[in-house]
Design a protein around this ligand. Structure first.
Ligand SMILES: [Zn+2]
Ligand SMILES: [Zn+2]
Length: 350
């Protein structure tokens, strides 16, 4: 088969590799029909994720058809259309049993293994360990593209941003960063009754999309000199109840911290590549909480129902489409997303 193989920082190629095979009775093989690129893949290509080594097939999102099942797979059969979760969970270790599947201890001590510790989904076929608890059936009425965003983006924005951020009815929420994950947080903040959802970004096109399609009620360009005052003017003057950081650089974390009101919460969703500053000498007195983490993807079934009922416009995240063998072009567009007006790029099997 063909796959997108990582060859060290800055190097990748779409090349011929061996087909994946069942290794354990809990494995499935899935033919990948729709996949995408995550900001995390760009971090990997920069060399930020040391665990990804030369020869690894990238990708942790996808929709496809089961082509082979191991003897212990009971929930899925050959021919089933499935969504691949970005988190692989055994379902039985102590972390999985308490819903913290992101720390499933069975394969490498972390739930995110696809395109990280084992070969991923930017390929014609992928092996999915612990298939019983790591795939979803693609429901009738949900398109491949809608399902694709259940792999990672929607659960990440919702679980780590909105849910773990403690958004409650009436809250004013700021989301710093209107990329795909930030938009997913905006899209799902309404599920918890946020009264105002303020989008922040440097890119006016993304801010416009945030307001038009993804539930933001207000938008502030964080390049404006008075961006913080503009946001605070949309509250009672004290700041937002929950500030969601959805970029992963020191300045956006600092922005989230600057916007949160006393008693509020900063929810960090971004994947950081270097240390951030935490001015505890100023903030200790504010009774704020800071949360962070890797998605567990345990809300995928709920989010799928909301998508199926038309309550979450997941499909609007897809802006550019390619075939799998055009993946280099897709990386180029996603890597220069602002220039191309790109949110998520979608690749489909030819
Ligand atoms: Zn991802
Ligand atoms: Zn587990």
């Amino acid at each position: 088969m063909k796959a997108l193989v990582y060859h060290g920082p800055g190097a990748k190629s779409w090349e011929q590799v061996a087909d994946p095979a069942i290794q354990d009775p809990t494995d499935c093989i899935v033919r990948v029909e729709t996949t995408t690129i995550c900001g995390t893949d760009l971090h990997i290509l920069k060399g930020d994720v040391a665990a990804v080594t030369d020869g690894r097939i990238l990708g942790h999102e996808g929709v496809g058809t089961v082509t082979e099942v191991g003897a212990a797979v009971t929930n899925f059969s050959v021919g089933d259309r499935v969504i691949i979760s970005c988190v692989t969970s055994c379902g039985t270790c102590s972390y999985c049993r308490r819903g913290l599947t992101s720390h499933c201890q069975t394969v490498g001590g972390i739930g995110w293994i696809l395109g990280h510790l084992i070969n991923g989904t930017q390929a014609e076929y992928v092996r999915i360990p612990y298939a019983n608890s790591s795939l979803y059936h693609l429901p009738e009425g949900v398109t491949d593209e809608q399902g694709l965003f259940i792999s990672d983006i929607l659960p990440t924005g919702y679980e780590i941003g909105v849910r773990d951020g403690g958004v409650r009815p009436g809250d004013v929420v700021a989301v710093v960063g209107a990329g795909p994950v930030g938009l997913a947080a905006m899209m799902t903040a309404g599920l918890h009754g946020a009264s105002r959802i303020i989008a922040l970004d440097l890119d006016d096109n993304r801010l416009e999309a945030a307001r038009r399609d993804f539930g933001a009620t207000h938008a502030v360009n964080s390049g404006d000199a008075d961006w913080a005052e503009q946001v605070k003017a949309l509250t009672d003057g004290l700041g937002v109840d929950v500030a969601i950081e959805a970029v992963g650089v020191p300045s956006t974390f600092a922005a989230a911290l600057a916007l949160v009101r006393p008693g509020g919460q900063v929810a960090n969703v971004g994947v950081h590549g270097k240390a951030v500053e935490l001015p505890l000498h100023e903030k200790w007195i504010d009774n704020i909480r800071i949360s962070m983490g890797l998605v567990n993807a345990v809300t995928g079934d709920m989010l799928l129902r909301m998508v199926a009922e038309g309550k979450l416009p997941a499909e609007k995240l897809a802006t550019h489409r390619f075939t799998l063998d055009q993946i280099d072009q897709a990386y180029d567009v996603f890597g220069h997303a602002a220039r191309h007006g790109a949110l998520k790029v979608v690749m489909t099997a030819g």
